[in-house]
Design a protein. Structure first.
Length: 470
């Protein structure tokens, strides 16, 4: 096992890899429930309930398949699951039109799976030919350094939001948790306690790290979880009644979806999608977003794990891209939206994960969720949010290496950094950074042959921003 996963070679050990795998799972376990919620817009009635059940099972299976691929083929400590943002886009494109028009919701769902399947095969073609890794390696050095930092801010922002440390504000868009208001309204336990526990969890992680305690992130997750249940006086429940119906709907409309002739017809000629041209644009959009989400995540997590080659690129990046592509194809066949490498993998990396063994542990945990749904709900958000925020702290250090004295590096890097959290998208940050780099390079007479690939990326993002709403 040590030889296969290169555990000693990468400076790790079995215990550390197990802890890292558990940490990654608890940091991203929310996707098991969140993905079907996003695809059905939190509705579980009628046909949407059937879709919810099918997507729930498919979400777990694709996480298991994708993460196992990453473990056994790429041998990297990264986990895969259905991408956030892309699942909401799936709802808007394929479910919402049927809801508005009163059409067949299941037909809309299955036609969307066909689009995901086609985009998955395009991913796969790009991956096996090495084109995806060439695109990744073509990024300028300033963006390679800014992307991990931007992802760090993005991950931290997600953590802050998940527990209400940052709240919505109608005037300033965001604000710090209103502790005083929550106490005055008698809502402290629900509105402010999670935020307070998350902040305490973050401090605990930092203190344990300073004391060189192994598995500090996982220790914090366990401590905050226990503290949460003690303070709230609640007990996690294990309701097994819905498991059977979920498997039934998965078999009826999920895994059979892309094998329906009507689904293929609706995908390219159906009124809900709008014809062949619209279908092609949707395929391109899903490809573009997934490609750069994955590229960004791989650079971010690999830099944190010190798994970069001499050129600053992730080792075995071709294999990682192939795993991502195969998982997307598998996910479409099973009945869910695009699978991608998860940014929360960085939480496991922060806990010491360096090999595919960590991913094995994560995939086993997901597999258990098939039969024990409450396992995914057992750990509250206030326990996992500190891990995400701490990862943000760690990933920001790479930005210090950007040459801030050269505006051709500084401006694109800053835009990539700040636009990821502000637009809630890794790919948007990369795209805006590429556009800025191309324009500044052209206007300052510094344009070279190596910049052609970045220019192509910039043009594709300009087209996406102008033609597709996400």
């Amino acid at each position: 096992m040590d030889k296969f996963f290169k555990i000693s070679e990468r400076g790790s050990n079995v215990k550390t890899e197990i802890v890292a795998g558990l940490t990654t799972f608890f940091a991203m376990a929310y996707i098991v429930i969140t993905n079907p919620n996003q695809i059905t817009s939190f509705s579980t009635d009628g046909a949407l309930g059937q879709i919810w059940n099918a997507v729930y099972v498919a979400s777990i299976l694709v996480a298991v398949v994708g993460t196992l691929l990453m473990a056994l083929y790429a041998k990297m400590p990264f986990a895969q699951a259905c991408g956030m943002g892309l699942n909401s886009f799936f709802f808007v494109c394929f479910i919402l039109p049927a809801l508005i028009s009163g059409g067949d919701l299941i037909a809309g769902y299955q036609s969307g799976l066909v689009i995901i399947l086609v985009s998955g095969f395009v991913f796969l073609l790009f991956s096996v030919t090495g084109l995806r890794s060439k695109v990744a390696k073509a990024l300028p050095d300033c963006l390679k350094k800014a992307i991990p930092a931007g992802i760090g801010l993005f991950i931290a922002f997600i953590g802050f939001q998940n527990v209400g440390i940052i709240q919505a504000n109608q005037y300033t868009l965001v604000q710090f948790n209103d502790f005083h208001g929550a106490i005055a309204k008698g809502e402290f336990m629900t509105a402010s306690l999670p935020a307070l526990l998350a902040l305490l969890g973050l401090i605990l992680i930092a203190v344990l790290e300073k004391a060189k305690v192994k598995g500090n992130v996982l220790v914090s997750i366990i401590c905050v979880t226990v503290l949460y249940y003690i303070i709230t006086g609640t007990v996690p429940s294990f309701d097994m009644s819905s498991v059977g119906q979920a498997f039934k709907d998965f078999g009826t409309i999920g895994i059979t979806g892309v094998f329906q002739a009507s689904a293929w017809k609706d995908a390219f000629t159906g009124p809900a999608i709008g014809g062949v041209l619209s279908a092609v644009m949707l395929v391109i959009t899903f490809c573009l977003v997934d490609m750069f989400d994955t590229i960004g995540t791989l650079y971010g997590a690999a830099s944190q794990a010190d798994l970069l080659d001499e050129n600053g690129d992730p080792i075995d990046v071709d294999k990682c891209m192939t795993c991502d592509s195969i998982a997307t194809v598998a996910g479409a066949v099973m009945g869910t939206s695009t699978c991608t490498t998860f940014v929360e993998s960085a939480a496991g990396v922060a806990a010491g994960g360096r090999t595919g063994l960590a991913s094995i542990v994560t995939s086993v945990c997901f597999l258990l969720c098939l039969f024990l749904t409450p396992l995914a709900k057992l750990v509250p958000a206030c326990a996992t949010a500190p891990a995400l925020i701490y990862v943000g702290v760690l990933m920001l250090k790479g930005f210090a290496k950007v040459d801030m004295n050269d505006v051709r590096s500084a401006v694109p890097a800053f835009l990539a950094l700040i636009m990821m959290p502000l637009t809630y998208s890794i790919s948007n940050g990369i795209g805006i950074g590429c556009i800025a780099y191309t324009l500044i390079t052209l206007c300052t007479g510094k344009y070279k042959k190596n910049d052609i690939a970045v220019t192509v990326i910039a043009v594709l993002f300009i087209l996406r921003f102008c033609l597709i709403t996400m």
